[in-house]
Design a binder for this molecule. Structure first.
Ligand code: CP
Length: 310
């Protein structure tokens, strides 16, 4: 096991040992949460939660994680009403927040914003999503969810949907490669994952990666299907968005084609790409996945702020 570095900006910053350490600590946190006895390891510590873009799960699960461990939370859920509106730079904002807090969790619409912030301050910075780039703690909770439900990463995992824009699938493809899973990329034409990301995963980990376009006919041999919504906020061309909306959908009929023990995951929010009737199925684990954000983020905050081996 090895210690975490100062920040978590990208999955590329984490070794397999470090990720394994986080997953194991998350499992411990999960047990302590279930026993309603979380460790108070952030007592007296302040977490700054700076969200320049909308969020429900990431912001609230980080804040829940901090408070469960006795920590305090400050911050904002939108730049509206902050001095960003007066033209303050990101660097000056985080250097100011550093005076008040022991760690920063941030989401920002621009790729590279979290890295820039981390270089401006000496306290830990956790990237809660930067544009279409990275969302590493989502990936950690996704890995934890797979491990919890399947007990192994010796699996075939399908990434389904808008793989062109979804940052969660970029981070997850890299992490699945790290842990030796096979990957099926299932994206409508025009929404495929960039060849740059696919090539990197193949070259880095030697991952077996296949391509398909239609989830109705492509999920029969997978152990997990990870579905993402159309990322409408990332489309420059509204006509292209209109053309691709509703171009894929997981339905009760799709479930009939799955292996009996396959799981369906989704980082949420969902729009209409997974029918609500699927929620009742044993395949659907996406609300447990949302819960898993709390123990995983407890582990991350504790390790970054208090140190200790991952
Ligand atoms: N999964 C996820 O990042 O959700 P939010 O956008 O609600 O934080």
């Amino acid at each position: 096991m090895s210690q975490l570095d100062k920040d978590i900006i990208s999955m590329r910053d984490l070794s397999k040992d470090q990720v394994t350490g986080i997953l194991e600590r998350a499992r411990y946190m999960d047990e302590r949460l279930k026993a309603r006895d979380p460790p108070r390891s952030l007592a007296g510590r302040m977490i700054a939660s700076l969200f320049f873009e909308p969020s429900t799960r990431t912001r609230l699960s980080f804040e829940t994680a901090a408070k469960c461990m006795g920590g305090m939370v400050t911050g904002f859920s939108s730049p509206k009403g902050t001095s960003v509106e007066k033209g303050e730079t990101l660097s000056d904002t985080v250097r100011t927040v550093e005076q008040y807090a022991d760690a920063i969790v941030m989401r920002h619409p621009f790729e590279g914003a979290a890295r820039l912030a981390s270089e401006a301050v000496s306290i830990p910075v956790v990237n809660g999503g930067d544009g279409s780039n990275q969302h590493p703690t989502q990936t950690l909770l996704d890995l934890y969810t797979i491990w919890k439900h399947k007990g192994t990463f010796d699996l075939k995992v399908a990434l389904v949907g808008d793989l062109k824009h979804a940052r969660t699938t970029r981070s997850l493809a890299y992490a699945l490669g790290m842990f030796g899973a096979d990957i099926a990329l299932v994206a409508p034409k025009g929404l495929e994952m960039s060849t740059e990301v696919v090539d990197e995963v193949r070259q880095q980990w030697g991952t077996n990666i296949t391509h398909a376009h239609d989830p109705a006919t492509s999920l029969g041999d997978v152990d997990a299907a990870y579905v993402v919504r159309i990322q409408k906020e990332r489309f420059a061309d509204p006509l292209e968005l209109k053309r691709l909306q509703r171009s894929y959908r997981i339905t009760k009929d799709t479930l009939a084609s799955l292996k009996s023990d396959a799981i369906i995951m989704h980082p949420l929010p969902r729009v209409d790409e997974v029918e609500t009737s699927v929620d009742q199925s044993d395949h659907a684990v996406y609300f447990d996945q949302a819960y898993n954000g709390v123990p995983v983020r407890m582990a991350v905050l504790e390790m970054l702020i208090n140190g200790g081996d991952a």
